[in-house]
Design a protein around this ligand. Structure first.
Ligand SMILES: Cc1cc2nc3c(=O)[nH]c(=O)nc-3n(C[C@H](O)[C@H](O)[C@H](O)COP(=O)(O)O)c2cc1C
Length: 327
């Protein structure tokens, strides 16, 4: 039998499949279902700053951001997922399951990131995923400022906790490698490629905007996992668009230590974890790999780069590929 174990951000996982942050991992029953169906770890539903503010009026006044978001929450939309409940969920789930629980945070106010992080660590989370989301709307703010915010958030969280910390990145950076390297140097234990956002649309009948749920972008994730793997100290996890075992194999070949999956389980149920794992095992058997380590990163840029004389030659090769697709 193939050895499916993998190490991800210092956590030893029984296989590479992680159920990504979503309502599937919102409470202890959901987490248990993920575990019983074979998930190696779960990322809990993100804890959003606004939920915290609903419960603490003084805090809301202090930072006073997005009153509309607060009103929405106060109307009851996310009330039942208040921070205290998340902490209790972690405490209860820790007693019921033996897989790592990665808690997820999404804030706007800088000082709340480390505060939440500490509370989640105290509640028993095994690791943290920072779900960092900025929408660059301001005409005057250079991209560099957003990058600096990522680094500041990571550093402040790392200063407060001793558990591993990953960053779930957006893919819209000018240079994903540059930001990734800076985060890596500042102690990031893993990068999750990529975050997923609502995408805008226009209703032509009402002539109003509307948001639709974005799709995980499988090939975008694959590309950047392959381009970064083996070039950073931290681990990589892909997140986006995985629908079948073949996709899991591809992400690992590109260099992912773990593969996060969400929509597939919404569409077809958590029973799909078994199919992903059996498909992965079958592929490994067919290609005579006995462990994940035997083929992880085999098709990464780093591996191919070794056959180039230098980065210049690698760039020339990629340029030739680009031209080939046009000519
Ligand atoms: C219903 C739903 C809720 C989600 N909630 C969160 C969340 O709270 N935090 C987060 O970081 N990602 C959240 N996500 C995004 C997923 O974690 C994942 O990144 C995204 O769905 C892409 O992966 P997929 O293509 O496998 O679905 C959510 C996704 C769905 C479908």
């Amino acid at each position: 039998m193939a050895d499916l174990t993998t190490s991800y951000m210092g956590l030893e996982l029984r296989n590479p499949i992680i159920v990504s942050s979503s309502d599937l991992t919102r409470d202890e029953e959901g987490i248990k279902r993920c575990r019983d169906n074979g998930a190696a770890a779960v990322v809990l539903k993100s804890l959003f700053e606004e939920q915290f503010q609903v419960g603490e009026d003084s805090q809301a006044q202090e930072s006073a951001i997005y009153p509309e978001a607060l009103d929405y929450l106060k109307s009851g939309a996310l009330m039942e997922y208040a921070p205290q409940q998340v902490f209790q969920t972690i405490e209860k789930a820790k007693k019921q399951v033996d897989i790592p629980l990665i808690a997820s945070i999404n804030c706007q106010t800088p000082k709340l990131w480390p505060r939440f992080a500490q509370q989640l660590e105290n509640a028993g989370a095994d690791a943290l995923e920072l779900n960092i989301y900025f929408l660059p709307l301001d005409l005057e703010t250079p991209g560099e400022n957003y990058e600096k915010s990522h680094l500041r958030i990571l550093r402040e969280v790392k200063d407060k906790v001793s558990i591993p910390v990953s960053v779930k990145l957006a893919h819209q950076f000018t240079s994903v490698p540059y930001v990734s390297q800076r985060l890596d140097r500042d102690g990031c234990d893993a990068l999750v490629l990529f975050n997923w956002f609502m995408v805008p649309d226009i209703d032509t009948e009402t002539q109003k905007t509307r948001n639709i749920k974005g799709q995980g972008i499988f090939h975008q994730c694959l590309k950047w996992v392959a381009l970064l793997s083996g070039r950073l100290g931290c681990d990589l996890s892909s997140s986006g668009g995985v629908q079948k075992a073949d996709h899991v194999v591809k992400q690992i070949l590109a260099g992912a230590s773990a593969v996060q999956v969400c929509s597939l389980f919404y569409q077809k149920g958590l029973g799909e974890i078994k199919n992903l794992l059996s498909g992965l095992e079958e592929w490994m058997k067919e290609h005579k790999y006995s462990s994940i380590q035997d083929f992880r990163g085999e098709v990464s840029f780093r591996k191919q780069q070794l056959s180039f004389k230098d980065m210049g030659q690698a760039k020339a090769y990629l340029r030739a590929q680009y031209l080939e697709s046009y000519l």
